[in-house]
Design a protein around this ligand. Sequence first.
Ligand code: FAD
Length: 571
Amino acid sequence: MATVSHPTSAGSAPWQTHEVFNQAPPLVGVDVFASNLPLVEAVEREGAGWASERASALGRFVGGDPQQSWGRLANENRPILRTHDRYGHRIDEVEFHPAWHQLMRMGVEHELHSLPWTSEEPFAHTARAAMYMTAMQAEAGFACPITMTFAVVPALRAQPELAAEWEPLITATTYDPRSVPAAEKGSAIAGMAMTEKQGGSDVRANTTLARPLNGGGAGAEYELTGHKWFCSAPMSDLFLVLAQTADLDPPALSCFLLPRILPDGSRNAFHIQRLKDKLGNHSNASSEIELHAAWARMVGEPGRGVPTIIEMVGHTRLDCVIGTAAGMRAGVVGATHHAAHRSAFGKKLIDQPLMRNVLADLCLESEATTALAMRLARAYDEAHSDAEEGKDSSDAQLFKRLATAVGKYWTCKRAPNHAFESLECLGGAGYVEESGMPRLYREAPLASIWEGSGNVMSLDVLRALTRSPRSLEVFIAEVEETVGADRRLDVSIAKLKEQFADPVTLETRARRVVESMALCLQGSLLVRNAPAAVADAFCASRLDGDGGLEYGTLPSGSDFEGIIARSRPQV
Ligand SMILES: Cc1cc2nc3c(=O)[nH]c(=O)nc-3n(C[C@H](O)[C@H](O)[C@H](O)COP(=O)(O)OP(=O)(O)OC[C@H]3O[C@@H](n4cnc5c(N)ncnc54)[C@H](O)[C@@H]3O)c2cc1C
């Protein structure tokens, strides 16, 4: 019998060629809320300190096992459209991996879809923002239906009897994905369908037609015929849909509530044509649908579809800002954790001067976005309180309106490059799916496109200023709370005011104007609330021109360690 000679690598098994070292340990068991110091401070500062323990419990849950694998599993196992059953009956069902349902259950059970509408506590929008940001560390895809379910409530209130019927279901804290009438399961998830093939930003181009079934008018029954080119989360229980109202002369857009399953248990004529093969997450389904005389009820006044649904749109835009802060946070966590454990050229990456600059710059952007998101969430709390007191156009309401558009434009625009730089901090490993960074990168452009893309948001700022010129005064008063504290910020605010001098060219310059507004707001928030290291680097690089076009270009005198230490998960 032949014998095999083994090389003499004493102590190691024959198949072992090398030792694995110089790799970051897995980041599990971290409280993803408590380890996010800029967020922890912001919750307290903006009035929702009562929610810190709740957010921390959620943070421990999200950071644990197996929750950390839910996002990966839900993305690796894409939803599948089943238009027909095996016998040929039309069913229009989308099948999801169990991990998707786990994520949805987490969102609903932690009241991410409902807290501001149900809580007796103050600043519930702010509390929810912190928890939403925390939960989104697990995955971004499920945040879409959670957001739409949250955002539908204020729009639905335009039709009190429909709100009375649906709001208890929408705000229920049980998740039930079955295709049965919502009343039977006691809960409901909501979606929205506005965008058509010929126009999304300009919804006035909608051709879907609504015909009255018995008289028509606010709250009345209609049948809807037409299509929608984007309809995310098509397994939702109800949708707000825009359609041209045939009984108006000329036809005009109205808003409709369309249940997917009718009260008698049969399926509404809501047909899913196909699922989008899209760039971002693969966990959530986005679909193209056709409505074939689908049953719906009008929400709000006939012909007032846009003002009615804009209440929903506004709240989804808030979530675009919060969600972007969440994505940046995930990038910072991945990048700083890797760099703290990986060595190259004789030093940990986090101690290499140039890498420190990159990490600090990423942390800075993330902290500025978090501060803006949380301030904006407080504006929603204050604006709602004012509305309940019967106030109209209060300072908080004007600030909320303007800062939502400003914040969505700028934070969403900053996200893709932030995700890319975070990914690059991991080198080649960051390009590999297992790191989670490709998921982050693919998702990053979405919030900028959804619910008002970049130009549309910039023009929305101008629209808000035209409708309520006082909103600019309110905005400037907010950023000027810091007057005298930082010369660079003072100069930037002065220059910002000058940008409104020439109304003729304002539309062409809108992106620059909105960018300046966002930077002044972020600068002001950081000067007021963040440690000097953070505020100083922000003002120098973002306001005073002492920075480059890419991340990692902060001035050499910045307190890099101080900036990173606030944001880095300590493991
Ligand atoms: C993943 C995903 C999910 C989505 N889910 C939904 C959903 O559930 N429900 C739904 O209704 N929609 C949904 N959408 C659609 C989305 O809201 C629209 O794509 C978006 O509003 C833009 O509309 P559009 O695609 O028709 O682009 P267009 O309106 O054609 O715009 C194209 C470009 O022109 C720019 N533009 C438009 N008007 C002007 C102007 N006056 N001046 C200068 N520039 C202008 C825009 O900023 C944009 O960059 C989803 C989109 C995506 C990507």
